[in-house]
Write a protein that binds this ligand. Structure first.
Ligand code: ADP
Length: 478
């Protein structure tokens, strides 16, 4: 089976969040099941700089008015189709935002062009490689099935995966004609409160919808989590699936991780001490055997970082330490920075994005705090499981699906892998942190939780099988 995957970011080339991890890892896991994926992504400067030996396989003289070409290259185990279009993608800022921190005003055109290129490939524009199915990710790729329905009509099925329904790609009403789509596409698929919603278009036109955990698939049917698209999702409920993400267990392998001080396994947990020591040095943290909590996250309201900031003083008073890695909202950065200033040697923070440091934090901390208000899947709790860094998570979305709470029953059954709490509030998080600290001081129980987490299968193997089943189902229906 040949699958065209379309995504706006793909690890290891370009990443701002979990979408990139999935787009980079799923094709590799599917390969072992006999599914050949080619991944279409934009040619941002960072992507072009990393490519070696790319060949031009298609030229577009007029892709939404721009000249562009498609490069094919094999990179990091992935077959990539890179859309090189200097006018749209070769800029100094990030994938979505300019250097001023604002969305590029022509994002509709940038990702519209990506989608149009995807739909052309689906239609057979590449003589040497014709996909059987198209799998698109998030709003940036959501117009592929729209172009397939309203402009090009290739007879192959499409699947759209929602990684976070909070991001929908909203633009003005005139966008539809600027994209060369017929007016009835606006009324039938794209119209959202008078404007154009890329994500809604994809949700209406794709043959199937999926999201990245079964719980999130249920949550987005409700007004609380659907972010205004719950009605659209409900109308497609029969075609909606929830498949939890895996992680790349080669990149995230505590036994063979080059970014940490000392490798270890569930059988050699004592060796984690060397990582703890390095972590304390790195963050100038005092070490007197206290539980060290970490946070590796975008610093946003979604991630509950305001609630975390409110709980830091109590965490320290209860005997814990905290190390934070992340960047995001200026106000939240300031609130957390203020906590660092109040608790030198006990609370430390690194603003920015730092992949190697995130590995050391998982290997050297005792627990990772993830107090998200909503979390489609979440990856950091999966890394935590693999590294014996016990996840303390809110009971939502993928966090609810992947962590088993250390309540009495969970502990008695030797099934518990972390700590879950219900309400994302100061009270809720505080109680969860207290429970974590109590459990930490019961060394035998804590090791049991760590080991159970490390035994959990967080690889892509079973999730890839579920995607393969879904692809097969779509092809049979075809
Ligand atoms: P989201 O995609 O909503 O940000 P996920 O948990 O699904 O959240 O994925 C976040 C990914 O980004 C994880 O791989 C996490 O380790 C990584 N990450 C987030 N912030 C940082 C950071 N500051 N430095 C390094 N890695 C980070």
């Amino acid at each position: 089976m040949k699958v065209l995957s379309v995504a706006s970011e793909v690890y290891p080339l370009i990443k701002t969040g979990g979408l990139a991890d999935v787009a980079g890892a799923l094709p590799i896991a599917l390969e072992t099941l006999g599914i050949e994926t080619r991944t279409l992504l934009p040619g941002y400067p960072k992507v072009l700089a990393a490519l070696e030996g790319a060949e031009t396989v298609l030229e577009f003289s007029d892709l939404l008015g721009e000249e562009a070409r498609l490069l094919f290259v094999r990179h990091a185990g992935l077959d990539l189709l890179v859309l090189q279009c200097p006018a749209l993608f070769e800029r100094d800022g990030g994938p979505y935002l300019g250097l001023d921190g604002r969305d590029y005003p022509d994002n509709w055109k940038r990702f519209g062009a990506l989608c149009l290129a995807g739909a052309r490939i689906a239609q057979g524009a590449l003589a040497s490689w014709r996909p059987d199915l198209v799998h698109v990710h998030d709003w940036q790729a959501a117009l592929v099935p729209v172009f397939m329905r309203y402009a090009l009509e290739p007879e192959i099925p499409s699947l759209i995966t929602i990684h976070n329904i909070a991001f929908q790609g909203h633009f003005g009403p005139q966008t539809v004609s600027a994209l060369g789509l017929p007016a009835h596409a606006f009324a039938e698929a794209l119209e959202y409160y008078g404007g154009t919603s890329f994500l809604k278009g994809g949700l209406v036109t794709a043959h199937a919808l999926s999201t990245v955990s079964p719980s999130y698939a249920e949550e987005i049917l409700t007004g609380e989590f659907g972010m205004g698209l719950e009605g659209v999702i409900a109308s497609r409920a029969d075609a909606l699936f929830g498949i939890v993400n895996g992680i790349d267990t080669d990149v995230w392998d505590p036994e063979a991780d080059g970014a940490i001080a000392r490798g270890y396994s569930a059988a050699t947990l004592k060796k984690r001490a060397a990582n703890r020591e390095k972590l304390c040095q790195e963050f100038s943290l005092e070490d007197h055997g206290q539980p060290i909590f970490c946070v590796i996250s975008r610093l946003t309201w979604q991630k509950g970082m305001d609630v975390l900031a409110e709980c830091v003083d109590e965490l320290v008073a209860d005997g814990g330490s905290l190390v934070i890695l992340g960047s995001g909202d200026a106000e939240l950065e300031q609130a957390l920075q203020a906590a660092v200033t109040r608790h030198p040697g006990r609370v430390a923070m690194r603003i920015g994005y730092n992949e190697p440091l995130s590995h050391l934090m998982q290997a050297g901390s005792d627990a990772i705090i993830i107090p998200s208000r909503f979390e489609p899947c979440g990856l950091t709790q999966l890394y935590g499981l693999r590294y014996g860094c016990v996840p303390v998570v809110s009971r939502t979305g993928g966090l609810a699906d992947t962590i088993i709470d250390a309540n009495e029953a969970g502990l008695a059954a030797h099934a518990a892998t972390g700590i879950q709490f219900g309400s994302v509030s100061r009270q809720g998080l505080r109680q969860a942190l207290r429970r974590a600290i109590r459990l930490f001081h019961d060394t035998k129980t804590w090791h049991q939780i760590q080991k159970q987490g490390m035994k959990t299968d967080v690889s892509w193997a079973s999730s890839a099988r579920r995607y393969a089943e879904l692809y097969n189902r779509l092809l049979e229906k075809g």
